[in-house]
Write a protein that binds this ligand. Sequence first.
Ligand SMILES: [Zn+2]
Length: 372
Amino acid sequence: MKTYKYPFYDQSNCIRIGNLLDDMWQVHKYFHEWQRQRYKDDLLYANYNAMDAHFKVLKRTTHPHWHLLPSQAVQQELMRIDKAYDRFFKKLGGRPKIKKQHKFKSITYPGSAGWSLKNNRLTLTFRKWNPKTRKWQFDRIPYTFHKHRQWHGTISQVTIKRDSCGNYWLCLTTTYKDFRPLPTTGKSVGADFGMKDAYLTLSTGEKIQHPQPLKHSLNELRSLNKALSRKVKGSNGWWRCVRQIARLYRKISNQRKDFHWQLASKLCKKFDTIVLETLNLDGMKRLWGRKVSDLAFYQFVEILRYKCGKHKRLLKEIDQWTATTKPCSACGFHNENLTLKDRQWTCPECGSYHDRDINAAINILRAGIAVT
Ligand SMILES: [Zn+2]
């Protein structure tokens, strides 16, 4: 499965999508509250079929306006609720939460009903009340989007998203499997994540710095937040400011993602096997705070994992309990006196001079190869 994301062009029809999302949120809220009430009344949990039946009853009786919602998307939303509760009962997740209206951001059309794509134009099927015939009828609304790349494979579902900047996105999920192996290079590499000297230290001795986009935009972010606090909550100026902050956060996240994709791509081109150390992210967050979130190690590992699958590379992760910092990579001597402060050290056994991170990267590579 591969998902392609396209921005909708700014068009007045987008209001319909926004309204649809808000209406779908009503369904979301109603059914979560319904399940909670049932639980309080000592009733059995209502599964997807029961919810769907209840939805049909509501449409006929108290909620006739729900006729205008696309039924496939409603079914998908009910399935989402069912899945959340299923996970909860199996103790895989916490109690399902009711989202706030502005946090309800996407609707999904599974299969091929409710939408059509022709000549790079998306048509969504809404419903409207016809007072003459006194019936609900289909209302097909066309949308244009910026098609910056061609999609491959057949589309299995369509998701429409709204982000916190107020923009709308079209996500096409296709059956296409992106598999383009790169020629083998016969090289392996160990990589050590770091906070201090470099983001990534390779066993080849290369040090890669992180652009740290959040750090660079921090002043701008602070002044925007100050401006926001001066404004009357809910006023036009306040909303403008909220959007501005959301756009800045989106920019930061895009800059970070761009760097991660490029770095992953570079590593995959150069090496056949990449060995990483599993990180203790919670412990690091406690120690370093915001910087860990800005560096986003986990996101990078996820991207690298995807890239390795696509380019037929081997990604290995050694567990965090393997000693990598203290042993000397030349003779294997354990330097127990090493502290976090020592960036460079000389091995008392064999006398070789080490850079702390490069030494660790070499050890990681060795440990990764030893597993196979
Ligand atoms: Zn040594």
